[in-house]
Design a protein around this ligand. Structure first.
Ligand code: WT7
Length: 678
């Protein structure tokens, strides 16, 4: 694969938005526009084309240099990479480093204490800004408070918080004392929270009374109470941030208000270095089976690659840039590019609690204008939502501060890419002024498992192509291979793999080393299998084509078909269920479920569907609720009993049903069609 910097100067900018509608793959195959960086951007870029050659010459040495430049080590490492026991990697062997010290104290020591670390914007409009000195102080207090509650190095802490600064403070306080955080997204249910608490045997839960959603208080603490209502858990204390002031149940002895515990704690706390391979966090993600996997990340390699990519891919100039990653800390993007990298790099960032349409559909652009955001990192699903709302909304705001735009979480279709460029990246003022040179867009491919960005253009180097993440980052060995694991030639498609270990790679699945090997390292000998389909174009650039397994991607959130199927069949009315991800204009994919009801269940139409949707919401969380549930008499199965999801996808997407000749009963698709007419 070409790791060539691709710094060609071809710029073919058609006037219109995108390459038309229709099949996504068709679009991609006809997409051949390129936008080269301006000479001015290239001249001021933090990273130039030479990094590819340097990294290719010696990957571990390249990463060792980044580790030493980007981080302050308590004890220097003796070896960049130990790969003697694959797939278990050790990076920066013997090194000792403290993540919180690197994100906080050292900036204060270096005279940057007055720089704003976080501009927080609450949904109701309340704001708070933390300088590096203030944030350091808060994290030291939280570290002392957690220690006083008996949390020690290696203990696990579950974090169930909204997008408020206390989420970042909690994560960094854990990192400081060597406790392992496990953040559970606030959109997950009490049951999902409990299973994650149990799997990691968390000692402490940090939560809030609640948050705000579209102008209304939205509770969180009740889910924690419910999760802990059944005996037999490992939790000793629950620390509760007061956010929306709604009344909450209180468990004396177990529950502590943040303002009391952290508020009263001392602001003196010395950070000590932890081993480079000390666990930093666990983050659960959906796989192809019913049980979410606890993805384990460790300290030195993770910090190195997140900090490096944040600097190189966003062309970060920390003295002047204002960075805004819109992801929730409940997802890996919020870990790597909210809680860690921006702070390790000493940047100023914006954190926003609410939804983009609260109290109006211009809220994000109002925030960009207010804080002069210069680097915006968001997901295609958000961009498509803004497209639907109309370009006149962002046009009302001055977005001229924006100089780099990032995309993450799912393939970005060329239409959305062009809209992002034309409407957000070209805005030079609220009176419709246009920039002569729109902000470059970096589409970044990575995963919870990879910990940090893996494939992305470098904005001062790469001529970008709408819809493609294009180039493996320096020091990252990406390939596209065929069924047999052979590298495909340019112009061909196959499976995305990583050929060499990388610093931020997952170190395993919490408590299940065998599953780690099976899931990622058994499909192709000696390679990490990502689960994504991809193609190399004629230039050798990589285009991501979506998952090739039973994982769905809804609004950039990963959901497992199997997990939702098991939630459905756990309802007494459901005999069998099959779930597919059907393409959806806004959310990328939407969850569509086909269910067979039990003989004694009464199909009461809409009421049945509502009951089952709510059941999935209770079992997993509102984000997993199927958009459509179709009650059918049978499911299409092969003679060996495997559900043919492909055919159900045809139905869900309203297409002519494909080849059904391998079905055990070829009339089933007709029966399903008939039942759906009713
Ligand atoms: C899956 C990982 C990366 C943080 C957020 C999601 C898809 C992610 C892209 C992209 C095409 C993408 C892949 C991947 N994905 N970024 N730029 N282009 N697809 O993390 O929840 O672990 O999901 O998201 O399918 O495997 P995640």
């Amino acid at each position: 694969m070409s790791q060539d910097a691709n710094g060609s100067t071809t710029t073919a900018a058609p006037g219109s938005d995108g390459a038309g509608n229709g099949d996504a793959l068709e679009n991609l195959l006809h997409e051949n526009r390129k936008f080269a960086p301006t000479p001015e951007f290239a001249a001021n870029a933090v990273v130039g084309a030479e990094v590819y050659a340097e990294a290719n010459a010696d990957r571990p040495a390249f990463w060792a240099r980044q580790a030493r430049e980007l981080l302050d080590w308590d004890t220097d490492f003796t070896e960049a990479l130990d790969w003697s026991d694959p797939p278990f990697a050790k990076w920066f062997v013997g090194g000792r480093v403290n993540a919180a010290y690197n994100a906080l104290d050292r900036h204060v020591e270096n005279g940057l204490g007055d720089r704003v670390a976080i501009h927080f914007e609450g949904e109701p409009g309340d704001t708070r800004s933390y300088t590096y000195a203030q944030l350091t102080d808060e994290v030291k207090k939280a570290a002392n408070a957690f220690e006083s509650l008996g949390v020690a190095k290696g203990d696990r802490v579950a974090v169930y918080l909204p997008m408020i600064p206390e989420a970042v403070i909690t994560m960094l306080a854990c990192a400081r004392i060597g406790a392992v955080h496990s953040v559970v997204f606030g959109g997950f249910s009490a049951d999902a929270l409990r299973s994650r608490i149990d799997d990691a045997e968390a000692k402490l839960v940090v939560t809030a009374d609640g948050t705000y959603r579209r102008g209304k208080p939205s509770p969180l603490k009740p889910a924690v109470d419910q999760a802990l209502s059944k005996e037999g858990h490992s939790v000793r204390n629950v620390v509760v941030v007061k956010r929306n002031g709604e009344p909450v149940d209180w468990h004396e002895g177990r529950d502590q208000w943040w303002e009391d515990t952290v508020g009263a704690a001392s602001g003196e706390h010395t950070a000590v270095g932890h081993d480079a391979e000390h666990p930093l966090f666990i983050l659960y993600t959906s796989g192809t089976t019913g049980k979410p996997k606890g993805i384990l990340h460790t300290t030195g390699g993770y910090l190195t690659q997140t900090a490096y990519t944040h600097k190189a891919v966003f062309d970060l100039h920390p003295e002047t840039d204002v960075f805004w990653c819109t992801a929730d800390v409940g997802w890996v993007t919020g870990h790597s590019y909210v809680a860690y990298a921006p702070l390790v790099n000493g940047a100023t960032q914006v954190m926003y609690e609410g939804t983009p349409d609260s109290p109006h559909q211009g809220r994000w652009w109002e925030i960009v204008e207010k804080y002069k955001v210069s680097i915006l990192y968001t997901a295609p699903t958000a961009i498509r939502t803004f497209m639907k709302w109309g370009r006149e909304i962002p046009a009302k705001y001055d977005l001229s501060s924006i100089r780099v735009l990032g995309s993450v979480g799912e393939p970005i279709n060329p239409e959305a890419w062009m809209w992002y460029r034309d409407v957000i990246g070209s805005n030079a003022g609220k009176n419709g002024e246009k920039k002569e040179h729109p902000a470059p867009i970096v589409d970044t491919w990575w995963q919870t498992e990879t910990g940090a960005q893996m494939i992305a253009p470098l904005p001062g180097v790469t001529a970008t192509k709408p819809g493609s993440a294009q180039v493996p980052l320096p020091g990252i060995a990406i390939d596209v291979v065929d069924e047999a694991g052979e590298s495909v030639p340019d112009g061909h498609g196959g499976y995305l793999v990583v050929r060499e270990p990388w610093p931020a790679m997952l170190r395993g699945i919490w408590g299940d080393p065998e599953r780690f090997k099976d899931t990622y390292w058994s499909r192709f000998e000696g390679m990490y299998f990502a689960g994504d389909g991809a193609k190399k174009d004629e230039d050798g650039d990589v285009w991501l084509l979506g998952r090739v397994d039973d994982v769905m991607n809804v609004s950039g959130h990963r959901l497992s078909t199997t997990e939702i199927e098991s939630a459905l069949v756990s309802h007494p009315w459901v005999a069998e269920a099959a779930v597919v991800g059907a393409s959806d204009e806004t959310t990328g994919q939407a969850v569509v479920a086909f269910v067979i009801l039990r003989g004694d269940a009464v199909n009461s139409g809409d009421a049945t569907v509502l009951e089952l949707r709510n059941h999935v919401g209770k079992e997993i969380g509102p984000i997993a609720k199927p958009k459509h549930i179709l009650v059918v008499p049978e499911l299409p199965k092969t003679r060996s009993g495997k559900i043919m999801r492909r055919l159900l996808k045809d139905v869900a997407e309203g297409r002519e049903v494909g080849d059904a000749t391998t079905l055990s009963d070829p009339t089933i698709m007709a029966q399903i069609a008939e039942s759906l007419k009713k």
